[in-house]
Design a protein. Structure first.
Lengths: 350, 350, 350
C-alpha cells in the first residue's frame, strides 16, 4: 500500500521554531468576491463597490478582510490542524496590505509554542501564521493554537514553551492602509448615519436578522477556502463522532457574524485586527444564527482626525434571538445559546 | 440599548415626492455572471458568450437583464420593503443601457403614490426605482407597489395619491441598444431556428422542463442580490409566520421562468420591458416549478427590419406540469398551481 | 399548440456522418473557476495560482481540465443525450490547448457510429465531440456513446456502423502544452514530495477523505455547465423513474474523484487524456463518496526528461470507505459500492 497520502501532523511532528511552508498558493478573483457575497450577503459598500472604494483612495474594492483570513487559514489546515481535536483560540491578528482581485496569496506558519498535555495523549501547538501576496507584502498574520493528538503515546515532544502572547498587539499598532482618505466617505451610500463619535463604550447592539445555515452553503464556503478538514464534508465518517454529523467551519460563523453586524455597524467599513476569538459551541446545518455586539472600547488613530477605531465584541447565538444579549451563564461558562465570542477592532469614519 | 439598527420604513415614514438614495452601490463582475448561470442554468448565447454578443455589435456578453433587475431591486429593499406585508405588483420596467462586468450600479427610489388602507393598520406605497451605472447612465427603471404596515396606528399619512400608471409605457417606446446589429445572428449557436416571424399571437408554448428549488440555492441567489428581507433567510423566525418556513424571493422565480423559457423561445435574446408581474402564490424550497408562455402580441420596431418585439405572458406553476397551460380558475382567481404571472416584452430577430 | 420546444433527438434522428453544431458558445471566466473551487475544493496549485502556473511557462492558471470537459460535454447534451437511457462510455479524450479565463468555447459532434438494438426500441449512438476556443484551436475532443430510444418503433436507422475505437489514442500521442517548463516546479507549494519516479505500476492509493453530495451542489454544478438533462433537476418528474429521485450528473462524480485524488497524487498537475470511463452505479444527494487510485502504467514523454505520464485508474465508492480498494465482485461485475471507474492519464514532474 502507498505511503503517499498525507495524514497530517501529530503532536510529536511539530518542533519549536519549525517553519511550515503551506501548499497551494491562491489567486483571489472577482469570482471569489461574488461567491463570498452569495454565501454571506454582506452589504458593506467598501467591499461591494469599486467606485465607493476609489472615492476613499483605493484602486478598487478590496477583498473582504475575513475572506482573506479564511484563505490564509485554509492554507494552514493540512499542516497545522488536520488532526486537531480542538481549535482553542486566535489572537494578534493583523490585516495589513489590502488584497485585490488578481493577487496571489501564500502562507507560512512558525511553531512558537508546544505544550504536552498531562494525559500524554494530546498536546497544544501554537503557530504564528503569515500570509503574503505575490510581491511578498504581508496581508495578514495571526497566532492560533490547537489541541493535536499524538500518533505515538511514547514519542517525546520536540520542545516545550508556552508563548507569552499579547492578543492586543495588532490593535495597539493598527495597520492603517496608507491610501485611506475618508474625505469622500458617503453615508448615504454606506447605509448608516452613525459614525465613530456616535458610539459609546458599553453600548450594545442587537443586529436583529437571523441566518439559517445550510449544508451546501458551509461546504461550498469551506471548499472555496480549500480548507480540507474532513469533519466539514463527510457525513458518513462524522456519524461516528460525538456530534453525529458534519460540523460547520468556525470561520463560516465569523463571516456570518460580520455580515449580520452591518445592521448597526454599517460604517465599520474595515476590520483591522482580531484580538481573540472563541468558538463556544459547535454549529450545524439547520441552525439559525443571530448576533449582537458590544463596544468594548474606542481608540483614536494617531495623526488622523477622520478615522477612529472601535474595539468590538460580537457574540453569535444559535436558535435564539440576540435580544437580551445572551453571553455568560457563569464566570467561565457561556450561555448555552452562544456559539462565537469574537473580540476585534474595526475602523470607522469619525 | 442602541438605536443604531435599521428597522426599515413604516407607512407613515414615506412622504409623497420623497427621494430615497439606496445604499451599497454594487460592482457587477464575471463572478456574478457565473453564479447566475449556476443558479439558473440559462442558455441564451447572448449572455453566455462574448463572441456571440460581439457579433451583434456589443463589447462583450452583457449581464443578464434579470440579474440587473435583482441587483437594483435588492438595493431598494431595506428602504422600501423591509417591512412589506405584500409585494403587490410591478409595472413599466424598462431595461436601458446594457450592463457589463465591471460596471457599478446604484439605485434611488421616488415615492410616487401613497394610500392609507381603510383598516388604518397598513398602507400602499408606490415607488419609482431607477438604477444607474458609474457614468450615471440609466440601466433600469420600474414602478412597484407594496403594502407596508404602520408603526403607529395614529400617525398621519404624509400624502395621498394613487398614481396613474401606464404599465406598458416601457414597451411603447422600447429601449433598443444603439449598438445592436443582427446581421451576424447565428441560429445554430443560439439553439433555435424559430424567429419573430414564426410566432403567432395567441400561441402557447410548454417549456417542459422542471426546476426543483433548494434552500441553499434561493438563499445564495437572494444574498447575491444583497436583498436583506428576513423571510428568505431565517428558518426560526419564519416558523411563526403563516407559512411556517422560509419564503423564496419572488425574483428567484422570475429568473427560473426566464431560464426555462429558453426551450421554445431560444431567440428571445433580450428582455426589453416588464409590463406587469404578479406573484400569485408563495414558493418554498422543495417545490418543483414548470413554465409555459403565451404570445400576447407582436410589435414591429420603428426603423428596423431585422428585429421585432414579442409581448409574452410567462406563467409558472408549482408541483404540476405546465401541460394544459394552467392559468385561471375564475375571473379574478389563479389556478391553485400558479405562482407567477409575468407580462413582459422581449426582442427577437425577424 | 406550439412545436417550438426541442424534445431532443431520438435514435432515428441521427445519421452516420451527421455533424451537430451545438448551441450556446460559452465564455469561461474567473467566476467559473471560483465556483469550481467551491464545488469541489480541488487544491492543485497549477489551477489555483497564477504565479505557480507562470513559473511553469503558462500565462496564468489554466482552467481545470475537467471543468473544460464538463463545459464541452454540457454543450452536446441537448443534441446528443437529452433522451439518453444510458451514458454507456467515453474514450479517446484528449486535452489540447490550455483554456484560460476569457476564452470562449464551442462544440460540435459528428455521428461516427449507429447500432439499432435487437429490441427495436433503442439504439446506440457514437459521437466524436470536439471543443474549440475562439481562435478555433482544439481544446478537447472525445468519443462517447449513449443508448437512445426510438420515437417511432418503425422508423429505420440512418446508417449502421460500430466504430473501431482506440480508447488509448490520446494517451499514445500525449498533447503536451508547448509552453510547459518544469524547471521552476516547487514541491513545497504543490503540496507533495512524491514525483513520477516515486510511483510504481500496480501501486494503490487510498485518498482517504469523504465527500457528501448535496442537491444544491450538484444542481449548481450541472447548471454551471448548462447541461440541461432533466433527471438532474426535477424532483417531481423523477419520482416516477426507477430511482424515484434526482440523479447526480456523472461528471460531478469525476470532478469529486479528481479533487479527492490530490491527497496522494498532489503532483499530477494536469490531466492529459481520458482513456475510458464507466459510471457503474448512480449517485444521489446524500451519498458520501470516497476514492482510491491504482497506477496502471508509467510512460516517458519523448524528448522530455522533466516530465512523465502516469496512467491511472481512479475508483469512486459510495457510502463505503475506499480502504480495501473495493472494485470488482465478479469478472464483469463491479462491487456494489463502486460508482465510477475512470481510466485516465496525468502528467507529473519526474
Amino acid at each position: 500500500m502507498s505511503d503517499k497520502t498525507s495524514k497530517g501532523n501529530f503532536f510529536e511532528d511539530f518542533r519549536l521554531g519549525q517553519k511550515l511552508v503551506h501548499s497551494t498558493p491562491r489567486t483571489l478573483t472577482e469570482g471569489d468576491v461574488s461567491l463570498y457575497t452569495a454565501l454571506y450577503g454582506s452589504r458593506f459598500a467598501f467591499n461591494s463597490s469599486d467606485t465607493f472604494a476609489m472615492n476613499l483612495g483605493f484602486e478598487g474594492a478590496p477583498i473582504d478582510d475575513f475572506l482573506v483570513f479564511h484563505i490564509i487559514f485554509g492554507r494552514s489546515v493540512s499542516d497545522v490542524s488536520l488532526n486537531a481535536v480542538a481549535n482553542l483560540g486566535y489572537a494578534s491578528c493583523r490585516f495589513s496590505t489590502p488584497v485585490y482581485p488578481g493577487d496571489t496569496l501564500k502562507a507560512t506558519s512558525s511553531v512558537i509554542g508546544l505544550k504536552k498535555n498531562s494525559n500524554n495523549k494530546t498536546g497544544i501547538v501554537w503557530v504564528h501564521t503569515e500570509g503574503t501576496n505575490q510581491n511578498d507584502e504581508p496581508v495578514l498574520d495571526f497566532v492560533r493554537w490547537v489541541m493535536v493528538p499524538k500518533r505515538d503515546i511514547d514519542a517525546p515532544a520536540q520542545g516545550f514553551l508556552t508563548p507569552e502572547l499579547d492578543p492586543m498587539s495588532a490593535t495597539k499598532e493598527l495597520p492603517i492602509p496608507s491610501a485611506l482618505d475618508l474625505s469622500g466617505y458617503d453615508t448615504e451610500l454606506s447605509g448608516s448615519q452613525h459614525l465613530w463619535g456616535d458610539y459609546e463604550t458599553g453600548e450594545r447592539i442587537d443586529h436583529i436578522a437571523g441566518f439559517t445555515v445550510e449544508e451546501a452553503e458551509h461546504q461550498m464556503a469551506t471548499r472555496l477556502y480549500q480548507n480540507s478538514a474532513r469533519v466539514h464534508f463527510d457525513a458518513q465518517m462524522t456519524k461516528d463522532t460525538r456530534f453525529g454529523k458534519r460540523l460547520v467551519y468556525g470561520g463560516h460563523v465569523i463571516s456570518i457574524a460580520r455580515a449580520l453586524s452591518f445592521n448597526g455597524l454599517g460604517n465599520a467599513f474595515k476590520v483591522a485586527a482580531i484580538n481573540g476569538g472563541t468558538h463556544a459551541a459547535p454549529v450545524f446545518a439547520g441552525d439559525t444564527l443571530y448576533a449582537w455586539s458590544e463596544i468594548l472600547g474606542k481608540d483614536q488613530i494617531p495623526g488622523r482626525s477622520d478615522l477612529g477605531a472601535l474595539r468590538l465584541r460580537t457574540v453569535v447565538c444559535k436558535n435564539h434571538s440576540a435580544e437580551g444579549f445572551p453571553y455568560r451563564s457563569g464566570e467561565d461558562e457561556y450561555d448555552h445559546t452562544v456559539v462565537l465570542d469574537l473580540d476585534y477592532t474595526v475602523l470607522m469614519p469619525t
